[in-house]
Design a protein around this ligand. Structure first.
Ligand SMILES: Cc1cc2nc3c(=O)[nH]c(=O)nc-3n(C[C@H](O)[C@H](O)[C@H](O)COP(=O)(O)O)c2cc1C
Length: 396
């Protein structure tokens, strides 16, 4: 990612504050520069030393810095893309809703115009109290304030009800959408396919491959952060869907084909990242087959080339394939671009065990129809997703 992302994380005095440490870690892992601002009461729950170690930043808390000349409440938000307040106490929400600026965090909010994402966490009675609800409604009416609402369940105090801090990965995903100033995919409709497919032989056995779906999920996630309306068609994987992305779950190649081809919607881009089985069993037994000491012959028939059909459907303005190759990488990839009529392909070498299938890392080359080739050195799959969109964003 070439864009530098700065986020102010406001931490207030809720019992769920320990979860913010994990949120900070998620942002740091994505290359975001985190600027922590803690209320005085928040510092009674956890040590600023812990926060500063994890965020690799000074922790800001004091409005009245005695060293002089530092207007932190004005300075800190300059250059930041957004403010995330997680957890947000009833007290801090009330102060912001009423324009108070009696500490560093509330002053920063009042002295800036950048988006503020608020993740409330509190006891159910505090949350459902009409005063808190009115404060939240008041802020929601202003475009700048966005809420990741709390979940319901058992609360730290033992009560059951709504008030538990939202899932940290949802808070992270949602905030990332507001952090990018250059939303290069704003308004674009993008479909991504991900994961493996399963071709059943009987009721329990199937033909599949080791695709984890990580690359496709990162593509969907990053596309959404960059402003796109994203549909993710996913084979069976073990990953939580990214917040804000429409997911269509499928199992077999034929289900994947239906999900991709049978919709009426037009898309600006289709990225075919799923590792779709090239074959399926000719006969599928309707019960679990039993062994009886004999060899069994199975016949495999070829599945349709979904990407080729997608091109023919003319519903996708730009089509990008992935090619996992073990030999003649470039020649095979270039042939695929021509044969399938696609706009480009991302080729990676499946002989490498440190990248690709199931790994968190990838490397490859983007080969476009117009002859351009862009190398992507070994990087995380998230970073690779950014690089792909940076390379093709202007062509969409
Ligand atoms: C153990 C304990 C847990 C608390 N948890 C919460 C909470 O989850 N949410 C909340 O709104 N207030 C909670 N409070 C009350 C706040 O800490 C209190 O209103 C504080 O003044 C808020 O300060 P701040 O908004 O400036 O951080 C808790 C208080 C204590 C002692």
């Amino acid at each position: 990612m070439t864009e530098k992302l700065d986020l102010i994380i406001g931490m207030t005095a809720s019992i769920s504050i320990y979860k913010t440490l994990e949120i900070i870690r998620l942002f740091k892992k994505s290359g975001v520069n985190v600027i922590p601002v803690m209320t005085q009461d928040a510092k009674r729950f956890i040590s600023p030393l812990l926060v500063s170690s994890l965020s690799e930043s000074d922790v800001y808390s004091d409005m009245f810095d005695e060293s002089g000349g530092k207007f932190y409440h004005i300075m800190l938000s300059r250059g930041a893309g957004a403010i995330l307040i997680a957890p947000a106490t009833a007290n801090t929400i009330a102060k912001i809703a009423n324009g108070f600026a009696d500490n560093l965090l509330t002053s920063i909010v009042l002295a800036s115009e950048i988006p503020v994402i608020i993740a409330p966490a509190m006891n159910v009675r505090m949350f459902e109290n009409r005063i808190t609800q009115q404060n939240i409604s008041r802020l929601k009416k202003l475009d700048r304030f966005k809420f990741v609402m709390p979940e319901s369940g058992e609360l730290a105090c033992g009560d059951i009800g709504t008030g538990r801090l939202a899932d940290i990965s949802d808070i992270f995903d949602y905030s990332m959408c507001f952090l990018h100033k250059y939303r290069i995919l704003q308004g674009k409709k993008i479909m991504v396919s991900a994961g493996p497919t399963r071709e059943f032989m009987d009721t329990v056995r199937f033909l599949s491959n080791p695709s984890s779906g990580k690359m496709g999920y990162e593509l969907a996630r990053v596309a959404h952060w960059l402003g796109a309306d994203v549909t993710l068609v996913s084979g069976p994987v073990n990953i939580k869907p990214p917040h804000g992305v429409r997911v269509i779950n499928v199992v077999s190649a034929s289900e994947m084909q239906k999900a991709i081809l049978n919709e009426n919607r037009k898309y600006d881009l289709l990225i075919m990242n799923a590792a779709i089985s090239d074959w399926r069993f000719k006969k599928v037994a309707d019960k679990k087959l039993k062994r009886d000491g004999k060899t069994i012959d199975v016949e495999l028939i070829e599945n349709n080339d979904i990407l080729k059909r997608a091109v023919q459907s003319r519903r996708f303005r730009f089509t990008l394939g992935f090619a996992a190759e073990s030999e003649n990488l470039l020649r095979n990839a270039k042939e695929k671009v021509t044969k399938k009529g696609i706009d480009g392909i991302i080729v990676n070498n499946i002989r490498r065990s440190d990248v690709g299938f199931a790994s968190d890392f990838n490397e490859g080359k983007i080969i476009l129809k117009d002859g351009s080739e862009i190398d992507i050195e070994r990087c995380s799959k998230r970073e690779m997703a950014y690089k792909i969109f940076e390379a093709i964003g202007e062509r969409l």
